[in-house]
Design a protein around this ligand. Structure first.
Ligand SMILES: Cc1cc2nc3c(=O)[nH]c(=O)nc-3n(C[C@H](O)[C@H](O)[C@H](O)COP(=O)(O)O)c2cc1C
Length: 187
Protein backbone atom coordinates (compact mmCIF):
# COMPACT_ATOMS: atom_id res chain seq x y z
CA UNK A 1 0.00 0.00 0.00
CA UNK A 2 1.07 3.52 -0.64
CA UNK A 3 1.43 6.47 1.70
CA UNK A 4 2.10 9.85 0.11
CA UNK A 5 3.42 12.51 2.45
CA UNK A 6 3.13 16.15 1.46
CA UNK A 7 5.88 18.42 2.71
CA UNK A 8 4.16 21.79 2.77
CA UNK A 9 7.01 24.06 3.78
CA UNK A 10 8.71 26.37 1.26
CA UNK A 11 11.96 26.40 3.28
CA UNK A 12 13.64 22.97 3.25
CA UNK A 13 15.22 21.56 5.26
CA UNK A 14 13.67 22.66 8.55
CA UNK A 15 11.89 21.47 11.64
CA UNK A 16 8.90 20.39 9.59
CA UNK A 17 11.15 18.23 7.43
CA UNK A 18 12.64 16.57 10.50
CA UNK A 19 9.26 15.81 12.05
CA UNK A 20 7.98 14.39 8.77
CA UNK A 21 11.15 12.35 8.24
CA UNK A 22 10.80 10.70 11.64
CA UNK A 23 7.16 9.91 10.97
CA UNK A 24 8.01 8.39 7.58
CA UNK A 25 10.75 6.29 9.17
CA UNK A 26 8.19 4.93 11.63
CA UNK A 27 6.01 3.74 8.76
CA UNK A 28 8.94 2.15 6.91
CA UNK A 29 10.22 0.41 10.07
CA UNK A 30 6.90 -0.92 11.33
CA UNK A 31 4.71 -1.38 8.25
CA UNK A 32 6.65 -3.36 5.64
CA UNK A 33 3.62 -3.64 3.37
CA UNK A 34 3.66 0.12 2.85
CA UNK A 35 5.72 2.32 0.56
CA UNK A 36 6.26 5.92 1.53
CA UNK A 37 6.72 8.63 -1.05
CA UNK A 38 7.25 12.27 -0.13
CA UNK A 39 6.27 15.10 -2.41
CA UNK A 40 7.51 18.61 -1.86
CA UNK A 41 7.42 21.93 -3.65
CA UNK A 42 9.89 23.08 -6.29
CA UNK A 43 12.66 25.48 -5.32
CA UNK A 44 10.96 28.44 -3.70
CA UNK A 45 10.53 31.57 -5.74
CA UNK A 46 10.37 33.66 -2.57
CA UNK A 47 11.13 33.07 1.12
CA UNK A 48 7.53 32.13 1.93
CA UNK A 49 6.00 30.50 -1.12
CA UNK A 50 6.89 27.72 -3.59
CA UNK A 51 4.89 25.88 -6.22
CA UNK A 52 4.49 22.25 -7.27
CA UNK A 53 5.08 19.96 -10.21
CA UNK A 54 1.92 18.65 -11.89
CA UNK A 55 2.77 15.03 -11.03
CA UNK A 56 2.21 15.82 -7.34
CA UNK A 57 -1.52 15.85 -8.09
CA UNK A 58 -1.44 12.38 -9.67
CA UNK A 59 0.55 10.89 -6.80
CA UNK A 60 -1.99 12.11 -4.25
CA UNK A 61 -4.85 10.72 -6.32
CA UNK A 62 -3.23 7.26 -6.45
CA UNK A 63 -2.27 7.12 -2.75
CA UNK A 64 -4.02 4.82 -0.26
CA UNK A 65 -3.39 7.40 2.47
CA UNK A 66 -1.93 10.88 2.67
CA UNK A 67 -0.19 12.92 5.35
CA UNK A 68 -0.31 16.70 4.99
CA UNK A 69 2.57 18.38 6.81
CA UNK A 70 2.55 22.14 7.26
CA UNK A 71 4.30 24.66 9.45
CA UNK A 72 1.93 27.23 10.91
CA UNK A 73 2.22 30.45 8.91
CA UNK A 74 0.24 33.46 10.08
CA UNK A 75 -2.09 31.30 12.13
CA UNK A 76 -2.85 28.89 9.30
CA UNK A 77 -1.40 26.43 6.80
CA UNK A 78 1.27 27.66 4.39
CA UNK A 79 0.31 29.30 1.12
CA UNK A 80 2.57 26.72 -0.51
CA UNK A 81 0.43 23.83 0.69
CA UNK A 82 -2.76 25.67 -0.23
CA UNK A 83 -1.44 26.08 -3.80
CA UNK A 84 -1.17 22.30 -4.12
CA UNK A 85 -4.56 21.71 -2.52
CA UNK A 86 -6.12 24.11 -5.03
CA UNK A 87 -4.62 22.07 -7.88
CA UNK A 88 -6.33 18.84 -6.71
CA UNK A 89 -9.43 17.59 -8.50
CA UNK A 90 -12.57 17.38 -6.33
CA UNK A 91 -12.30 13.58 -6.10
CA UNK A 92 -8.61 13.41 -5.14
CA UNK A 93 -9.15 12.91 -1.41
CA UNK A 94 -12.66 11.47 -1.29
CA UNK A 95 -12.95 8.78 1.44
CA UNK A 96 -9.15 8.78 1.70
CA UNK A 97 -7.46 8.70 5.12
CA UNK A 98 -5.52 11.92 5.60
CA UNK A 99 -3.37 12.74 8.62
CA UNK A 100 -2.40 16.27 9.64
CA UNK A 101 1.09 16.99 10.98
CA UNK A 102 1.96 20.57 11.94
CA UNK A 103 4.73 22.54 13.68
CA UNK A 104 4.78 26.11 14.96
CA UNK A 105 7.00 28.37 17.01
CA UNK A 106 4.31 29.08 19.61
CA UNK A 107 2.59 26.25 21.53
CA UNK A 108 -0.63 28.23 21.75
CA UNK A 109 -0.89 28.02 17.94
CA UNK A 110 -1.38 24.26 18.12
CA UNK A 111 -4.76 24.23 16.33
CA UNK A 112 -4.07 27.05 13.90
CA UNK A 113 -3.25 25.12 10.74
CA UNK A 114 -5.08 21.96 11.79
CA UNK A 115 -8.51 23.51 12.05
CA UNK A 116 -8.22 25.16 8.64
CA UNK A 117 -7.00 21.93 7.10
CA UNK A 118 -9.91 20.02 8.65
CA UNK A 119 -12.36 22.43 7.00
CA UNK A 120 -10.67 22.00 3.63
CA UNK A 121 -10.52 18.22 3.97
CA UNK A 122 -14.22 17.99 4.73
CA UNK A 123 -14.87 19.94 1.52
CA UNK A 124 -13.15 17.06 -0.30
CA UNK A 125 -15.00 14.37 1.69
CA UNK A 126 -11.65 13.09 2.98
CA UNK A 127 -11.44 10.73 5.93
CA UNK A 128 -9.43 13.01 8.20
CA UNK A 129 -7.64 11.05 10.92
CA UNK A 130 -9.10 12.02 14.31
CA UNK A 131 -5.78 12.63 16.04
CA UNK A 132 -3.43 15.11 14.44
CA UNK A 133 0.20 15.56 15.47
CA UNK A 134 1.51 18.97 16.51
CA UNK A 135 4.93 19.98 17.82
CA UNK A 136 6.66 23.19 18.77
CA UNK A 137 9.47 23.71 16.26
CA UNK A 138 12.19 23.78 18.95
CA UNK A 139 11.40 20.08 19.57
CA UNK A 140 13.46 19.36 16.44
CA UNK A 141 16.26 21.88 17.04
CA UNK A 142 18.88 19.20 17.73
CA UNK A 143 19.43 15.59 16.65
CA UNK A 144 18.19 14.44 20.05
CA UNK A 145 14.44 13.95 19.97
CA UNK A 146 12.51 12.93 23.10
CA UNK A 147 11.22 9.38 23.23
CA UNK A 148 7.77 10.83 23.93
CA UNK A 149 7.86 12.76 20.65
CA UNK A 150 8.98 9.70 18.71
CA UNK A 151 6.19 7.69 20.31
CA UNK A 152 3.61 10.32 19.34
CA UNK A 153 4.85 10.38 15.75
CA UNK A 154 4.70 6.57 15.70
CA UNK A 155 1.13 6.52 16.99
CA UNK A 156 0.15 9.15 14.47
CA UNK A 157 1.61 7.08 11.63
CA UNK A 158 0.00 3.85 12.90
CA UNK A 159 -3.35 5.60 13.01
CA UNK A 160 -3.26 6.64 9.35
CA UNK A 161 -2.01 3.24 8.20
CA UNK A 162 -4.57 1.32 10.28
CA UNK A 163 -7.42 3.51 9.08
CA UNK A 164 -6.49 2.82 5.49
CA UNK A 165 -6.03 -0.92 5.98
CA UNK A 166 -9.41 -1.21 7.71
CA UNK A 167 -11.27 0.57 4.94
CA UNK A 168 -10.57 -1.85 2.14
CA UNK A 169 -11.29 0.85 -0.44
CA UNK A 170 -14.77 1.73 0.88
CA UNK A 171 -16.34 5.05 0.00
CA UNK A 172 -18.63 6.98 2.28
CA UNK A 173 -21.63 9.18 1.65
CA UNK A 174 -23.40 11.44 1.55
CA UNK A 175 -21.57 13.21 -1.25
CA UNK A 176 -19.61 16.27 -0.17
CA UNK A 177 -21.49 19.55 -0.63
CA UNK A 178 -19.52 20.46 -3.73
CA UNK A 179 -20.65 17.28 -5.52
CA UNK A 180 -24.30 17.79 -4.55
CA UNK A 181 -24.18 21.43 -5.63
CA UNK A 182 -22.60 20.55 -9.00
CA UNK A 183 -25.35 17.95 -9.58
CA UNK A 184 -28.06 20.47 -8.78
CA UNK A 185 -26.70 23.15 -11.09
CA UNK A 186 -26.16 20.59 -13.92
CA UNK A 187 -29.74 19.31 -13.59
C1 LIG B 1 5.98 33.47 7.28
C2 LIG B 1 5.98 32.75 8.59
C3 LIG B 1 4.85 32.82 9.40
C4 LIG B 1 4.84 32.15 10.64
N1 LIG B 1 3.72 32.23 11.41
C5 LIG B 1 3.68 31.58 12.59
C6 LIG B 1 2.52 31.66 13.42
O1 LIG B 1 1.51 32.29 13.09
N2 LIG B 1 2.53 31.02 14.61
C7 LIG B 1 3.62 30.29 15.04
O2 LIG B 1 3.56 29.73 16.12
N3 LIG B 1 4.72 30.17 14.26
C8 LIG B 1 4.78 30.80 13.06
N4 LIG B 1 5.91 30.68 12.27
C9 LIG B 1 6.99 29.80 12.70
C10 LIG B 1 6.99 28.46 11.92
O3 LIG B 1 5.74 27.79 11.98
C11 LIG B 1 8.03 27.48 12.45
O4 LIG B 1 9.26 28.12 12.68
C12 LIG B 1 8.25 26.31 11.51
O5 LIG B 1 9.13 25.38 12.10
C13 LIG B 1 8.83 26.77 10.17
O6 LIG B 1 8.84 25.71 9.24
P1 LIG B 1 10.19 24.97 8.80
O7 LIG B 1 10.57 24.18 9.99
O8 LIG B 1 9.81 24.13 7.65
O9 LIG B 1 11.18 25.99 8.43
C14 LIG B 1 5.96 31.38 11.05
C15 LIG B 1 7.09 31.31 10.21
C16 LIG B 1 7.10 31.99 9.01
C17 LIG B 1 8.33 31.90 8.14
Amino acid sequence: MRLVTVYGSPTPPGKMARALGLMEKGVRDRHPGWSVERIGPRDPGSPVVADWDDDAVGLIGEADAVVLASPVYRGSLTGTLKLLIDMLPNEALRSKPVGILTVAAAPQHFLSAERHLRDILSWFGALTAPNSAFFVDSTFRTDEVDAEVLAALGEFADQVVTLSESLNGRRFGPDPLTVRYARKTAG
